[in-house]
Design a protein around this ligand. Sequence first.
Ligand code: NDP
Length: 246
Amino acid sequence: TRPLDGRVALVTGGSRGIGAAIALRLAADGAAVALTYQHGEDRAAQVVERITRDGGRAWAVRADSRDPEAVWASVAGTADRFGRLDILVNNAGVGLIGPFEGVSLADVDRVLQTNVRAPFLAAQAAAAHLADGGRIISIGSCMAERSAFPGGALYTTSKAALTGLTKALARELGPRGITVNLVHPGPIDTDMNPADGESAALQAGLTALGSYGRPSDVAATVAHLAGEGGRYVTGAAISVDGGFAV
Ligand code: NDP
């Protein structure tokens, strides 16, 4: 038997990067996995294909996090398709690093709708389905723990908001045996933040380990929280950041 046999998980932004690694890991641990994407239909299909090839159950659904109807439909669709919902992973997110003065109103709306409103709405919709032992896990950022260089005002604001959501929901859902936690990745090699990118050396240098992490590093901690090991952890923030925040 595997740690998540019989469980159903929804991972937002599961087509690429950290979300794809989380989807693959939860599936390897036995969960049936739904994953959302915005544009990456092919990449999402590849993740589903990898999971089903290994004997797992998976489903990809296009759902723009900025569209509340799509967010609600992805949650309801997961519960419909797999008959229950045990684990919500709020992973889909957008980055924006640049001078504060240059941030437009459209930027503010886009980043807050994707990184804050969508996790809020998804958690609200998921709470209607989650049973005792349910899990809500959001992906924050090491930037919310340590604002190590200029240009992060909007992104850091969005990720720090997840601390409030996590703590408040831990209180609200605790009596139902549902845990709510936050994982703060450090620099992780993905399309959003490639390890050979312009600021990669700077970012790696800000970690204690002096290097980038892999999407699977974040997925391992999410899997721990999703499984029995996370039973008594709630309202917590766990850094998987190579020591960026220390
Ligand atoms: P990527 O840009 O590599 O992948 C983003 C994923 O989110 C894709 O699956 C993308 O789907 C999806 N997505 C983006 N916007 C939307 C949207 N509006 N609706 C639905 N899906 C969307 O990002 P990472 O894997 O690097 O990041 C994942 C999470 O981790 C984010 O929340 C990010 O802020 C956070 N993070 C990342 C760090 C890093 O160094 N990489 C560090 C700290 C935090 P599609 O393929 O369709 O575009």
